[in-house]
Design a protein around this ligand. Structure first.
Ligand code: MN
Length: 498
């Protein structure tokens, strides 16, 4: 599955004709050089494309509408090189439908004390030109990212790079299609939600299919295709028989290989990018999809367990946002399972029955075949591994009844103190920021779920900016969280987002 498209970002420089042609020639030369060097920096994940200087209402409107209809344009970067009267931007901004970044920079870095004159001042006046423009964007209540600093500053370039991935999330969200092959688990609240509102807000299409339709696609997979994939599994993963007969074990694994191929073909044929299953509604499937789902998630599909389509869509979204990232550490669905409450060692063991994406794995990955302890099917084969250390974000998108809220928690992933030889599932272990007690208290007060969409490779800012662009509430649980302020944030959200 192709995760990354060849998106570009337009670089639109604002000015006006008050300063004469010579000045405008300098404006164009400056912004062209900036675009070239930004592209050459190697920092930006997506190319920036220079556009002719915008100096009139007509040209701004025309350029922004061209950006709207260009499928390869994932966002617009604006910068007011010189003063650009902001009324000229109103019509264009009213019609712009692409993500917007305001790069508040200046061509020149240092004031040239010995030579500075009014010509210099006129050609380096973003300090007031960008304020005029920024005023209008704020007055029009348009969500945008503002990045401040010299355009050669690595931190500035990193911020542009980071926003590009947010913009990809904004653009690609409306292309996410989730296949539900079962309804939500009976009586469970937090995995439910308003699918119509999700389509209005995020553009997600969430459709149901009878489980036996996909089971038929699984049954149609040939024995030879299945055997070939089983061989691949046996090459790639450690086989942990744990006393089981090798032939019987292999048969269980083959069931998952057939499910992987059947599911993948069904999803491809019908153009879906995420899937949910439910252990209690498996139709003609012989096992709960385990190994099959681990692998599909690694290929870029979103997944949510027990019918959790919000998590499936979020995992897919976050995989698209991180696509092509160098040294990516992984993105997966996870579930808060068990606490370690020993003072100084507090943390949450993250796991699921199966289904965790091996992109987050650290070290060897094994296949085990164990009873599921729920449902009524064969023991499913699954991948077992532990996860990388390092910081990450756990997100939970919940339906508050009248709106969606995205909860974003900075977490520190650690190695478990000891191996867990009897636990037949993939795990991660993290301590939520600012610490377990406050982090979990805030999470519960915010109404966060037990399922999360987790990534090592995205930041709270990126997800918060995505939420802002979607017009939904975002709450952050991080090193600065204290419960009094957090409760006030939640209370404010009730007013702002009702
Ligand atoms: Mn679950």
């Amino acid at each position: 599955m192709k995760l990354q498209k060849d998106y570009k970002f337009w670089f639109c420089t604002g000015s006006q004709d008050l300063y004469g042609d010579e000045c405008l020639a300098h404006v164009a030369a400056h912004s062209k050089e900036m675009v070239e060097k930004l592209n050459a920096s190697g920092v930006l994940p997506y190319e920036v494309v220079w556009k002719p200087t915008l100096i009139t209402n007509e040209l701004i409107r025309k350029t922004f509408n061209e950006a709207n209809i260009d499928d390869t344009c994932a966002g617009v970067i604006t910068w007011m090189h010189t003063f650009s009267p902001a009324k000229s931007w109103i019509l264009g901004l009213q019609e712009l439908r692409k993500p917007l970044l305001h790069l508040h920079t200046q061509y020149n870095m240092e004031i040239p004390y010995d030579t500075i004159d009014m010509d210099f001042m006129n050609e380096n006046q973003a300090a007031h030109g960008d304020r005029e423009y920024g005023h209008m964007v704020t007055r029009m209540r348009i969500p945008r990212k503002v990045v401040v600093g010299h355009w050669t500053d690595p931190e500035v370039q990193e911020k542009i790079a980071s926003w590009q991935r947010t913009a990809i999330g904004i653009i690609e969200s409306s292309h996410i299609r989730v296949m539900r092959v079962a309804d939500n688990m009976r009586n469970v609240a937090v995995t439910e939600g308003d699918k119509v509102e999700a389509q209005l807000k995020f553009g997600w299409e969430v459709d149901a299919y009878p489980v036996n339709e996909i089971a038929e696609a699984v049954a149609a997979v040939s024995q030879s295709d299945t055997n070939e994939l089983v061989d691949e599994y046996y090459d790639k993963y450690e086989i942990l028989l744990e006393g089981r007969d090798p032939q019987e074990f292999k048969k269980h694994v083959a069931v998952q290989a057939q499910i992987e191929l059947g599911f993948e073909r069904f999803l491809e044929e019908k153009n879906y990018h995420a899937i949910v299953t439910h252990f209690g509604d498996l139709g003609a499937l012989k096992q709960l999809p385990g190994l099959a789902i681990h692998r599909l998630e690694e290929k870029g599909y979103g997944f949510g367990a027990e019918g959790d389509w919000k998590v499936a869509a979020m995992v897919r979204l976050m995989k698209i946002m991180t696509a092509g990232m160098k040294n990516a550490k992984g993105t997966s669905m996870l579930e808060d399972y068990t606490y370690n409450l020993v003072p100084g060692k507090e943390g949450i063991l993250q796991a699921h029955m199966l289904e965790i994406c091996p992109s987050i794995a650290d070290g060897p990955i094994s296949i085990k075949c164990q009873p599921l302890s729920m449902g009524n099917r064969e023991d499913p084969a699954r991948l077992v591994f532990t996860s990388k250390e390092g910081s990450g974000i756990a997100t939970s998108l919940i339906d508050m009844g009248n709106r969606f809220r995205l909860i974003i928690n900075d977490v520190d992933c650690k190695k478990c103190e000891k191996p867990m030889p009897k636990l037949p599932v993939a795990t991660n272990f993290w301590t939520p920021q600012p610490n377990l007690k406050t982090g979990a208290e805030a999470w519960i007060l915010a109404g966060g779920a037990h399922h999360t969409a987790f990534s090592y490779d995205l930041t709270a800012d990126q997800m918060g900016d995505w939420a802002e662009a979607m017009g939904i509430e975002a709450v952050y649980i991080d090193k600065n969280t204290n419960i009094r302020d957090f409760k006030r944030d939640l209370a404010l959200g009730e007013i702002v987002f009702r």
